[in-house]
Design a protein around this ligand. Structure first.
Ligand SMILES: NC(=O)c1ccc[n+]([C@@H]2O[C@H](COP(=O)([O-])OP(=O)(O)OC[C@H]3O[C@@H](n4cnc5c(N)ncnc54)[C@H](O)[C@@H]3O)[C@@H](O)[C@H]2O)c1
Length: 382
C-alpha cells in the first residue's frame, strides 16, 4: 500500500447499547494504555448510537454528522446496539429498522465494508459451557478457521415489501460483491499459509444452498471462477445445513470458509461455541478503504449493568483494529499492540482466571478487562 505511519490515528468509537457500551468503556482504557506504552497517538471520537439514543432523541439513532465522522476515521470500533422500549418491544426506527441500524448495517453498506472476517480459534484452556457445566470439549489444535461473510447484500439488502397478507425480503447476490469477498477468502488462505488443522492443506470452503437457491448457484459459479486463480488452494463446497453440523463435529476440516450474508451471520454465532461463546468472538468488517471492528455479540440486555459481560471479544476486536491499521500504515507499533492483546487473552484463558461466567469463572467484566490490560502493559513495557 506504500503508506507510512501516522502521527495520530483517528478512531471513532460507537459504544451502542447495553453491554456494548460497557465493553467499549474497557476498550477505550485499553487504547489509552497502548498509547502510553508505545508512543502511539490516537484521537478518539465517541459517538452515541442505538436504541437508547433513539429513545432519548426521538428521530435518529445517532447524531447528525455521525456518517461523515465514520467516513473520515482511520478505523471504527463498535460495541453493540439494540434496546427495548418501555413496552418491552425492540426500539425501531420509523421505517421499521432496528434503532442502531445506521451504526451497524448502515456503516457496512455506506463504507463498503464488504468482507466480514470472523476468526474462529479455540484457545488452550478454553472450557466450553454446555447445559450449565464447563469442560474442554473441542481441542485447540483442531479449531483454527476463519469464516468470511459477504457483508453488503444478500438477504440483508434492505429490499422488500409487506402487505396485509405477504412479506418479502429480496436476497440480492451480485457478481461484484461475490467476487471480491471470495477473492478475499482465497487471499487470506494463502496469507495464513497453514491450511486446515486436519491435513495442513490450504482450503477455501464455499458454503451455499445451491441445490435449492438460484443466488447460491450464482455465488458458487463465481467461486469456481475465482478458484482458478489460486491453483494451490483446495476449492471445497459445503451445503449450509450439513456445514452447521460439520463445523461442530469436524472443525479441523476447515481453513477459510466463505458464504453469503445471512448464512454467515448465523454460522458464525454457531461457530463461536467452539471458541467458548459469543464473549470470545470477533467480527472485522473490512473494505478497501475503511474498516470497523466489533465483538459479534449483541447488547445482551439481561447482562447489562451487572458487570457480567465478557469483555474479551471487544478487547480482541480492538487488537484486530490495531493489526489492520498496522498493516495499512506500515506501523510496527500497532502490530506489536495486537500481538500483546492476543497473547494477554490467551494467557488468561490458559491460566483459567480471572474469567467471566460464560467461561465458567466468577470474575466481573471490569476485573477481567483490567487483567487483560495489566498483561498487555507488561508485554509492551518489558
Ligand atoms: N452487531 C450488533 O450490534 C448486534 C448483534 C447481534 C444482536 N444485536 C442486538 O442485541 C440485542 C440482544 O440480542 P440477542 O440476545 O439475540 O444476542 P446477544 O449477543 O446480545 O446475546 C445472546 C447470548 O449471548 C450472551 N452474551 C452476549 N454477549 C456476551 C458477553 N460479552 N459475555 C457473555 N455472554 C454474552 C447473552 O447473555 C445471551 O445469552 C438485540 O436487540 C439484537 O438486535 C446487535
Amino acid at each position: 500500500m506504500g503508506r507510512s505511519p501516522k502521527s495520530t490515528y483517528d478512531l471513532v468509537l460507537l459504544p451502542g447499547d447495553g453491554v456494548g457500551a460497557e465493553v467499549m468503556a474497557e476498550a477505550r482504557v485499553l487504547v489509552e494504555l497502548v498509547a502510553a506504552d508505545t508512543g502511539l497517538a490516537f484521537s478518539l471520537d465517541e459517538i452515541p448510537c442505538g436504541g437508547k439514543f433513539f429513545l432519548e432523541h426521538g428521530s435518529r439513532d445517532w447524531p447528525e454528522g455521525a456518517e461523515a465522522k465514520c467516513s473520515a476515521a482511520d478505523a471504527i470500533l463498535l460495541g453493540a446496539v439494540g434496546w427495548a422500549g418501555p413496552d418491552g418491544s425492540p426500539v425501531n426506527l420509523p421505517d421499521g429498522k432496528m434503532a442502531g441500524w445506521n451504526a451497524v448495517v448502515g456503516n457496512r453498506v455506506r463504507l463498503d465494508l464488504y468482507a466480514n472476517i470472523r476468526p474462529v480459534r479455540c484457545l488452550p484452556g478454553t472450557k466450553h459451557g454446555l447445559s450449565g457445566a464447563f469442560r474442554e470439549v473441542w481441542s485447540p489444535d483442531k479449531v483454527d478457521m476463519v469464516i468470511i461473510r459477504e457483508n453488503t447484500e444478500g438477504l440483508y439488502s434492505g429490499i422488500g415489501e409487506r402487505s396485509q397478507d405477504r412479506a418479502t425480503d429480496l436476497r440480492v447476490i451480485t457478481r461484484k460483491a461475490s467476487e471480491r469477498v471470495i477473492r478475499k477468502a482465497f487471499e487470506l488462505s494463502r496469507k495464513r499459509g497453514k491450511g486446515a488443522p486436519a491435513d495442513g492443506k490450504l482450503r477455501v470452503t464455499c458454503i451455499v444452498k445451491h441445490n435449492v437457491l438460484t443466488g447460491c448457484r450464482f455465488f458458487l459459479d463465481v467461486f469456481r471462477e475465482v478458484a482458478k486463480d489460486f491453483p494451490e488452494i483446495d476449492p471445497d463446497v459445503a451445503i449450509v445445513d450439513s456445514f452447521a453440523m460439520f463445523v461442530l463435529t469436524q472443525p479441523e476440516r476447515y481453513d477459510v470458509c466463505v458464504t453469503t450474508n445471512m448464512f454467515g451471520d448465523i454460522l458464525t454465532d454457531l461457530a463461536s461455541v467452539l471458541q467458548g461463546g459469543m464473549g470470545m468472538a470477533v467480527g472485522c468488517n473490512v473494505g478497501d478503504d475503511h474498516a470497523m471492528f466489533e465483538p459479534i455479540h449483541g447488547s445482551a440486555p439481561p447482562l447489562a449493568g451487572k458487570d457480567k459481560a465478557n469483555p474479551m471479544a471487544m478487547l480482541l476486536a480492538t487488537g484486530q483494529a490495531f493489526g489492520w491499521l498496522g498493516d495499512r500504515f506500515a506501523d510496527a507499533r500497532l502490530v506489536r499492540a495486537q500481538t500483546a492483546i492476543d497473547a494477554a487473552v490467551a494467557s488468561i484463558i490458559e491460566r483459567g482466571q480471572p474469567l467471566t461466567g460464560d467461561l465458567g469463572g466468577t470474575a466481573g467484566s471490569r476485573a477481567v478487562a483490567q487483567a487483560v490490560r495489566d498483561d498487555v502493559h507488561t508485554r509492551l513495557t518489558c
